[in-house]
Design a protein around this ligand. Structure first.
Ligand code: COA
Length: 132
């Protein structure tokens, strides 16, 4: 089944209905390296299959450009291109803005394939940028 990528604003009811089941989950925080954090001006890309969220990623803007956060796909749907579809949708909206992400080891290949390059390390995380 192909996931549909929906855009949801941080202050929308739809977002909490879609991502509510993921909020406060320890397993997810362990994998992401921190809790899910929202803000009204954050745009979320949510991969939905049969009415259920199976992955997501956030975008908000700072003076330095577009910031990518909370890239996640549910374990049972990994390795099937959902992350790459989320990144494609994210990059369409980021457009020509410089893009920034603090990433872990597992997402590095996908991000570099999408044009991000590592600029430094931060502990076990990698700081990546994409300059169109
Ligand atoms: C990192 C993460 C988001 C990747 O999600 P994913 O949906 O499995 O990623 P994709 O399926 O798009 O790509 C994964 C692999 O599947 C391959 N793939 C892509 N499309 C495919 C398809 N249609 N069929 C089979 N495999 C496919 C990709 O080439 C990629 O190959 P690689 O292992 O050589 O890199 C996911 O593992 C995850 O949520 N991890 C935990 C949270 C995390 O670490 N997030 C990153 C924070 S920075």
């Amino acid at each position: 089944m192909t996931a549909r990528i929906n855009r949801m604003q941080g202050d929308s009811r739809d977002l909490y209905l879609a991502l509510g089941p993921f909020w406060g989950r320890c397993d997810l925080e362990r994998e992401l390296g921190g809790p899910l954090r929202n803000r009204p001006d954050k745009l979320w890309f949510v991969a939905v299959e049969s009415g259920r969220a199976v992955g997501f990623v956030g975008l908000h803007r700072e003076a330095r450009g577009a910031i990518l956060t909370h890239l996640y796909v549910v374990p049972e749907r990994r390795g099937q291109g959902i992350c790459d579809a989320l990144l494609g949708a994210w990059l369409e909206v980021a457009g020509d803005d410089p893009a920034h992400v603090v990433a872990n080891e597992s997402s590095l290949p996908l991000l570099t394939a999408r044009g991000f390059t590592e600029v430094r390390r931060r502990g076990r995380f990698h700081v990546l940028e994409r300059r169109p």
